[in-house]
Design a protein around this ligand. Structure first.
Ligand code: GLC
Ligand code: CA
Length: 536
């Protein structure tokens, strides 16, 4: 049903770290099947699972060598079909992750291209004299192939060559992949780095710089998305595109209310408020003024246009939010609940990333050998080459590495957090002795139970799923407040982003407390307090 996603919540699974069913230390499809009832208990409607297709795993599956087959490391096609069916029986649907900006260099198309087959060379982006672009993971974005005397574009790793969407054959191939999974019963799709697929014309004439930046929101982007959606008939399904560094104007089109493109987009502006001068590999406390400004612009702008946002703090590329904008020490529980409420009651569809509902924290690795992620290990080298000390480089990785979110899911306080009976591919966070599903199930006041309440509130309260949104002036930079209104109903959300008591001025609200993490008053807020009041 179209629009059902407005009152629904999505759960994201990073398959490699979720649950290992066969003791090889790697999460898998049968592990997901074992935990479907747990996911169901959260009240979510959709499950986005990161890629488990055939892949040499240079970027943990975001380098696909066969879009229609399951990587044996994760299971079989029968397991996958059973997983889809079993979720369906529980009234939940899977969203599969389509990595269509690039393939693996081990995909048969690229192998043929490398062998000099002109038909397949035109599936990719080969040039004689490309501009000096850098890639997202560090180093050049073009790789020279001596046998062809040409360079190919890879906005990410050299093992992830970019596809040429200007070639209609490529677009047809990719539509076929979507149709294939749709026929298997998948209920929606997430499209990886989608706003990079349409490359600029006359590439070779462009200056040196960040390749990814030059390829964002390219000349045919809307045309290609519309074609993909209409030709595969996915307009009625839940679809989300990963749209980094884009603008409000573009996103209004990407998720336009006519439904010609996607249901919603992932944007990342709010997750750059702790980047010094826009750089990820830096340390900076979050700029709350900027955070409020970004949410105000995007929420109110999208609302006015009738477009829709994906709401999230965490995913497999982001550090853990409680460590990042909260306080994982003294106010662990309070700050995790405040951050969750802030996101879940906004206008859009919330995404919960595995373990976020437990208040899982950053990994706190202390040695470079503990990291597995290609971006983290590359940037460690780059930082060291640029004179950053070992201690500083490790401190930056400890705050920014993608592996912070990829440590295994903490099911129990026991061996390997109940994730595997073998040796986990990435170390388990030692704090699983305190933070685990088992521990939180026993605590009625747990973060886990609080997330269940938030998911339920969205389903039960139309002002939250459908209402207008407006940011309020709390007279205090540390307290961000907004209201959601529909008919006579007004829901006011007040969030203290600081570890101190904070005074609120100028917000008048009387009514029933819908949810909160203290039994406080909205005039004086306790550390990381959140208070949600319904006026009707
Ligand atoms: C997206 C994915 C990320 C991956 C990249 C390249 O940003 O979320 O994990 O490395 O695309 O596919
Ligand atoms: Ca396994």
């Amino acid at each position: 049903m179209r629009d059902e996603y407005k009152s629904s919540t999505v759960y994201q699974i990073y398959i490699k770290s979720f649950c290992d069913s066969n003791g090889d230390g790697i999460g898998d499809i049968n592990g997901i099947r074992k935990k479907l009832l747990y996911i169901y208990s959260l009240g979510v409607k959709y499950i986005w699972v990161t890629p488990f297709f055939c892949s040499p795993m240079a970027d943990n599956g975001y380098d696909v060598s066969d879009y229609r087959n399951v990587n044996p490391m994760f299971g079989t096609m029968e397991d996958c079909e059973a997983m889809i069916r079993e979720a369906d029986e529980l009234g939940m649907g899977f969203m599969f992750d389509m990595v269509f900006n690039h393939t693996s260099d081990e995909h048969e198309w690229f192998k043929k291209a490398l062998a000099g087959d002109p038909e397949y060379m035109d599936y990719y982006i080969f040039r004689d004299n490309p501009p000096e672009w850098t890639s997202v993971f560090g180093g050049p974005a073009w790789k020279f192939v001596p046998s062809l005397g040409k360079y190919y574009l890879h906005l990410f790793d050299p093992k992830q060559p970019d596809l040429n969407w200007d070639n209609p054959k490529v677009r047809e191939e990719l539509k076929d992949v979507v149709r294939f999974w749709k026929e298997k019963g998948v209920k929606g799709f997430r499209f990886d780095v989608l706003n990079r697929i349409s490359k600029p014309a006359n590439l070779e004439a462009l200056p040196a710089g960040d390749g990814s930046y030059f390829c964002k929101d390219g000349p045919h982007i809307h045309e290609y998305i519309q074609e993909l959606v209409s030709d595969t008939g996915i307009g009625e399904m839940i679809t989300v595109g990963e749209m980094a560094s884009t603008t409000l104007e573009q996103c209004i089109k990407y998720s336009n209310p006519e439904g010609t493109e996607l249901s919603m987009c992932f944007n990342f502006h709010h997750l750059k408020v702790d980047y010094k001068d826009g750089g990820k590999w830096t340390l900076l406390p979050p700029d709350l003024h900027e955070l409020r400004r970004i949410f105000t612009t995007w929420q109110e702008g999208m609302s006015k246009a009738g477009s829709w946002q994906a709401l999230f703090w965490c995913n497999h590329d982001q550090p853990r939010i409680v460590s990042r904008f909260g306080d994982e020490g003294k106010y662990w529980k309070e700050s995790a609940k405040m951050l969750a409420t802030f996101i879940h009651l906004l206008r859009g569809t919330p995404y919960i990333y595995q373990g976020e509902e437990l208040g899982m924290t950053n990994a706190h690795f202390t040695d470079i050998s503990q990291y597995q992620d290609v971006e983290s290990t590359n940037y460690y080298k780059i930082m060291r080459e640029n004179g950053v000390s070992e201690a500083d480089a490790l401190a930056i990785l400890a705050a920014k590495s993608r592996d912070n979110s990829r440590t295994p899911m903490q099911w129990t306080s026991g061996n390997n957090a109940g994730f595997t009976s073998g040796k986990p591919w990435l170390s388990v966070n030692p704090n699983h002795t305190k933070i685990s599903v088992d521990a939180e199930e026993l605590d009625p006041d747990s973060i886990l139970n609080y997330y269940r309440e938030l998911v339920r509130l969205r389903k039960d309260c139309p002002a939250i799923s459908e209402g207008n949104v407006k940011f309020l002036d709390s007279g205090n930079e540390n307290v961000i407040a907004y209201e959601r209104t529909l008919g006579n109903e007004r829901v006011v959300v007040l969030c203290n982003f600081s570890g101190n008591d904070e005074k609120v001025k100028g917000i008048d609200v009387k009514g029933k407390v819908l949810i909160g993490n203290y039994s406080g008053s909205h005039k004086m807020m306790k550390p990381y307090e959140v208070l949600v009041i319904l006026e009707s």
